[in-house]
Design a protein around this ligand. Structure first.
Ligand code: ADP
Ligand code: GLC
Length: 499
């Protein structure tokens, strides 16, 4: 069975800002259940240490570019047996709060250095150059924060295989050339075939150009990122590496997201007994200070308030939507302009719209349980987890046909309804009109309670457990361990636009 080192910048329940945390907290545990020796490496952020339980120092060593020693703290991912190493280096990770942003929502100015340190420690561990005895067969990295790991390992003759999962290509980790110089990275990495991206240093290119295998979190997103529309300037490189790129759909933690045993809910319920949902709806209307109205359709939305999630479309739709017989509850945080606009609208429609700005795990569960419909009009969506939680909670997702949303929600077309496959409402265009029409379609469907209940139950019975994805990942690890690696020298030269 393969020995796999997971390297990432967040993992639930230690620290989480979005779906990446859910995946890194879930996938290695599922792999371990299948027999793999999976372990996790993460920065010892102040808040992660606070949630980690018992930790012991298992190694101290020097890392290039830092005068002080790094300590590795060993513990178990809470609630699991998964061995987890936290990199203790207070100057980089000892500050409370978000792993990427300060309390005013600005990127920490030393992020390049902080995540280069994560990569350097990962590479040393992978190469057996720390006092730890354990060495992985595969190093599995996630998103730009770990992009330097495959790049550093590619400089070595004897190294483990590398896998890089793209959770979101829109975040690339771009820094000026001076940062590359100040980090003291191997000069050979500064080239178009390496980390250079239009004169800047790109962390994510380290993963995309150098990892033996590239994965993204849904088959549709794997195709989309090879096009100019979704490729963020990296589509050429991804097309070049298409034979190494696969989409593996994320799973969900069906213990944490289980309406039959969810401790955050007013009342538990299941696909066989959905009546409990009505109690959760009432409780949610009360929690959001909206009129308690069992017949009015309650729409929920949870997520980062950024353009990706189509929050601008929702704002544009609001005046028309608020004339319909609906209530909308929103939980999220993100760009100030969206937070402010939502607050302003809330004052205008106090009986129909209620907004919580912030991050609240329990409330996210209560929205999934209490709402009738869940809105995800994303402009792009690598996988999306919230629609999977909605399906499991019998809350009909209204989604755009994009990325993982297209792969997981089956539209309520006449045909799909007839053959019992429909699970949600899917619309095509990223336009306010299309979104409004989709909500209208959902409202019309809800008037037929037999059809509606059938859709709810079909959704609740879908199997999105980690087992499927973990099995696919395991196959992939085995393939690369058999030596099917990226040959050195067969790398892509990305060309600037117009050339
Ligand atoms: P993304 O990773 O792009 O943000 P996903 O749908 O994959 O989107 O995952 C988002 C995860 O973060 C879900 O588990 C969701 O419940 C959670 N989440 C997002 N925003 C909040 C919030 N404001 N409060 C609580 N949980 C949130
Ligand atoms: C990213 C994506 C989201 C995906 C998550 C986990 O944050 O935006 O679509 O579900 O990663 O892979």
């Amino acid at each position: 069975m393969p020995k796999v080192l997971f390297v990432a910048s967040e993992a639930h329940p230690l620290i989480k800002t979005g779906g990446l945390g859910d995946v890194v907290g879930g996938l290695p545990v599922a792999l371990a259940a299948l027999g793999a020796d999976a372990r996790l490496l993460l920065p010892a952020y102040h808040d992660a240490v606070a949630h980690a339980g018992k930790l012991k120092t298992v190694a101290k060593f020097q890392v290039t570019g830092s005068a002080d020693q790094v300590q590795l703290l060993e513990g178990r991912l809470p609630g699991t047996r998964l061995v987890t190493w936290l990199i203790d280096f207070p100057a980089a990770y000892g500050r409370p709060g978000n792993p990427y942003l300060d309390s005013r929502g600005r990127l920490w100015p030393d992020n390049a250095w902080r995540f280069a340190l994560l990569a350097r420690v990962a590479a040393l561990l992978a190469l057996g150059r720390t006092p730890l005895k354990w060495r992985p067969d595969v190093v599995h990295c996630h998103d730009w924060q770990t992009g330097l790991v495959p790049a550093l390992l590619a400089q070595e003759q004897q190294r483990p295989a590398t896998v890089f999962t793209i959770h979101n290509l829109a975040y690339q980790g771009l820094f000026p050339h001076e940062t590359f110089v100040s980090l003291g990275l191997p000069p050979a990495l500064w080239s178009i075939e390496g980390l250079e991206f239009h004169g800047q240093m790109s962390f994510i290119k380290g993963g995309l150009a150098f990892a033996d295998r590239l994965i993204t979190v849904s088959p549709t997103y794997a195709r989309e990122i090879q096009t100019a529309e979704f490729g963020g300037g990296l589509d050429g490189l991804l097309r070049h590496r298409a034979d190494r790129l696969t989409g593996i759909l994320n799973g969900i933690d069906t213990e944490v997201w289980n309406p039959a045993r969810d401790p955050f809910l007013a009342k538990q319920y299941s696909a066989r007994r959905t009546q409990g949902k009505i109690h959760n709806k009432r409780a949610l209307q009360q929690e959001y200070h909206l009129p308690v109205a069992p017949k009015t359709a309650l729409i929920g939305m949870v997520g980062r308030l950024v353009e990706q999630k189509g929050i601008d479309l929702v704002l544009e739709t609001l005046p028309a939507l608020m004339r319909r017989p609906v209530q909308l509850v929103v939980l999220g945080s993100g760009e100030a302009r969206f937070e402010e606009a939502l607050r302003a609208h809330m004052a205008r429609y106090p009986k129909r719209l209620s907004v919580r700005i912030g991050y609240d795990e329990g409330l996210a569960h209560r929205i999934e349980a209490g709402a009738d419909m869940f809105l995800m009009p994303s402009r792009f969506e690598p996988c999306g987890l919230n629609q999977l939680y909605s399906l499991r909670y019998g809350t009909i997702p209204i989604v755009r046909r994009v990325g993982g949303l297209a792969d997981t929600v089956v539209d309520a077309s006449e045909e799909n309804i007839k053959n019992g496959k429909a699970t949600g409402v899917v619309f095509e265009e990223a336009r306010a009109g299309a979104l409004l029409a989709a909500i209208g379609r959902a409202l019309a469907l809800r008037r037929n309670s037999r059809r509606w209940n059938q859709m709810m139950r079909t959704g609740m019975r879908q199997d999105f457990t980690w087992l499927h994805s973990a099995t696919e990942y395991l196959q992939l690890y085995r393939q690369i361990m058999r030596g099917n690696r990226t040959p050195p020298g067969k790398r892509h030269v990305s060309r600037k636009k117009g050339k």
